[in-house]
Design a protein around this ligand. Structure first.
Ligand code: BGC
Length: 440
C-alpha cells in the first residue's frame, strides 16, 4: 500500500459554492433578463429561466443549503435581486427583504457564512428603461438600493460583493451582444457603463463602511488569462489591449482612482482603494489573434482539454497566472467563482483537482488566498446558454426539480472536510490526472 499525501490549506479557509439570484430563484419577471428571454433567438434552444432551481416560490433554497452544509461547506455566496426589492422606482417591497432575511438566516443556521452580491447581471425593468447603466444617475440609483439593503442585513452579513463581473456585463451587453441590451462593438457605451459601475461600486463601498466599519467589501472580477496565438506583433498588441480593457480597467481604477479605457482617461478619486479583498472569478485562458471579427479573436489552444460544449478549457496554468495577477493588487484574494460545465462529470473532477492544487500552490508561495467558491451548487440557468450547460455539483432535472448528486460533490466534500487535497481522494475521484499532481 502506498502512503498518502496531502496539500493542506490554512485554518479557517472558506469553502463554499456560489449562485446568483436570477439563475436559481425562478419566476423573476421584473428584470431585463425576463424581457431578453422573451425575445426569439436570444437564448440557446429557446430556453427560459422559468422556475430555475425553484428557490423563490418553492423554497428549495432550504434543501440546497442543507446539501451544501451536509457536504462540509462552511460558506455560500448568493445575490439579491434588485428588481424584487425595488420593483418600481418609487416602490420598495418589504416582504422581499424579509424573505431574503429568512434565507440568509437559514444559511447561517446551517453553518454557512454568507457572502452577498448586490448586483449579478440583472437590472430592474424600470432602471433598464431609463437607460440602465448608461444613465448618469445609475450610480445614485444603485446607492439607494444599497441604502435599503445594508441596514436590513448588516446584523447578519459581514462580507459583501458590490458588483459581479462588470467586465463580462459590459463585454456581453455592449461588445458581443450576447446579453441585454445586445449592443455590438459599442465602445463608447461600454466606456460610459464601466465608469458608472466604478462610481456605483465606490459609492456603495463607502456607504457600507460608514454603516458597518467592520465589513469586508469587494467586487468579483472575471479574469481571463490571455496570450497571443502567434508570436506576431499584431497578436501581441491585440492581447495587451484585450488584457487592459477586460482584465485591468475596473480593478486598476478601484485601486488607483485613475480610469483608463482605451483612449478614455479620467480621475475617479472616490474609487481609490475601494476593495478590502479581491474576488476572483476564474474559468479558463484563451489565445488571442488579431482580427476585427469580434466572434473570432479568442480561441483555445490546439489539443486543449475541453468541456461538453467546448465552452471551457481546463487550463490550470492560466489559473496560476490569474492568482499571480490578483496578488499584484496587494489585497487578500477570494476565489468567488471557479468551475466548469460537465454533465457526465469526469471533466469536472479533473478540473476541480487541478485548480485546487494550483490554489494550494499559490497559497504555499505566499499568495494570500482566503477562500474558494465553486460555481455552482446545483445546475442553474446559464444566461444566453440557457440550460445547455451544467455547472452544478448536483444535477438538476428542470422539469421535475429532482436533484442528483454528482461524484464531484463527493470529491468536493472530502476537500472541504479535510481542508486539503488528498492523494487518496485524487486516486478515487480524478485518477486520470493523479500522476500530474502526485508524480513519482
Ligand atoms: C458568471 C456566472 C455564470 C458563470 C458560468 C460567470 O461569468 O458570473 O453567472 O453562470 O460564469 O457561465
Amino acid at each position: 500500500m502506498t502512503a498518502s499525501a496531502k496539500f493542506t490549506f490554512p485554518e479557517k479557509f472558506l469553502w463554499g459554492t456560489a449562485t446568483s439570484a436570477h439563475q436559481v430563484e425562478g419566476e423573476n419577471n421584473n428584470n431585463n433578463w425576463s424581457l431578453w428571454e422573451a425575445q426569439p433567438g436570444r437564448i440557446r434552444n429557446g430556453d427560459v429561466s422559468g422556475k430555475a432551481c425553484d428557490w423563490w416560490k418553492g423554497r428549495r433554497w432550504q434543501e440546497d443549503f442543507l446539501r451544501a452544509a451536509d457536504t462540509g461547506q462552511n460558506t455560500h455566496r448568493m445575490s439579491i435581486e434588485w428588481s424584487r426589492i425595488q420593483p418600481k422606482e418609487n416602490l420598495w417591497d418589504e416582504s422581499a427583504i424579509d424573505y431574503y432575511r429568512e434565507m440568509i438566516r437559514g444559511m447561517i443556521s446551517r453553518g454557512l457564512r454568507p457572502l452577498i452580491t448586490l448586483h449579478h447581471f440583472t437590472d430592474p425593468i424600470w432602471f433598464y428603461e431609463m437607460g440602465g447603466w448608461q444613465n448618469e444617475k445609475a450610480p445614485e440609483y444603485f446607492r439607494r438600493f444599497a441604502e435599503k439593503i445594508i441596514p436590513a442585513f448588516k446584523p447578519l452579513v459581514k462580507d459583501w460583493i458590490t458588483i459581479n463581473e462588470p467586465n463580462v456585463y459590459i463585454l456581453c451587453g455592449f461588445i458581443s451582444g450576447h446579453f441585454p441590451p445586445g449592443n455590438i462593438n459599442n465602445f463608447s457605451a461600454a466606456n460610459i457603463v464601466l465608469r458608472n459601475m466604478i462610481k456605483a461600486h465606490a459609492a456603495v463601498y463607502h456607504l457600507i463602511h460608514e454603516q458597518q466599519p467592520e465589513a469586508s467589501v469587494g467586487i468579483a472580477i472575471h479574469f481571463r488569462d490571455l496570450f497571443p496565438k502567434m508570436n506576431s506583433p499584431f497578436d501581441r498588441w491585440m492581447t495587451r489591449l484585450a488584457h487592459h480593457l477586460f482584465n485591468n480597467s475596473f480593478t486598476d481604477t478601484i485601486s488607483s482612482g485613475k480610469f483608463h479605457y482605451g483612449p478614455y482617461f479620467i480621475h475617479i478619486p472616490q474609487a481609490k482603494n475601494t476593495q478590502d479583498f479581491l474576488g476572483l472569478n476564474f474559468y479558463s485562458g484563451n489565445q488571442v489573434r488579431f482580427t476585427l471579427n469580434r466572434n473570432n479573436f479568442l480561441s483555445y489552444p490546439e489539443g486543449a482539454s475541453l468541456s461538453d460544449t467546448g465552452f471551457i478549457a481546463n487550463e490550470p496554468e492560466s489559473f496560476s497566472r490569474a492568482l499571480k495577477w490578483a496578488a499584484g493588487y496587494g489585497k487578500s484574494i477570494i476565489i468567488t467563482e471557479n468551475g466548469t460545465e460537465s454533465d457526465e462529470d469526469t471533466f469536472r473532477r479533473d478540473y476541480l483537482a487541478a485548480h485546487i492544487h494550483r490554489l494550494w500552490r499559490a497559497w504555499s508561495n505566499g499568495i494570500p488566498v482566503k477562500g474558494y467558491y465553486h460555481w455552482s451548487l446545483v445546475d442553474n440557468f446559464e444566461w444566453e446558454r440557457g440550460w445547455s450547460q451544467r455547472f452544478g455539483l448536483w444535477r438538476l432535472d428542470v422539469e421535475t426539480q429532482i436533484r442528483t448528486k454528482r461524484l464531484s460533490a463527493d470529491f468536493y466534500e472530502q476537500i472541504c472536510r479535510k481542508n486539503a487535497l488528498d492523494s487518496e481522494d485524487m486516486a478515487t475521484f480524478a485518477p486520470r490526472i493523479y500522476r500530474q499532481i502526485f508524480p513519482v
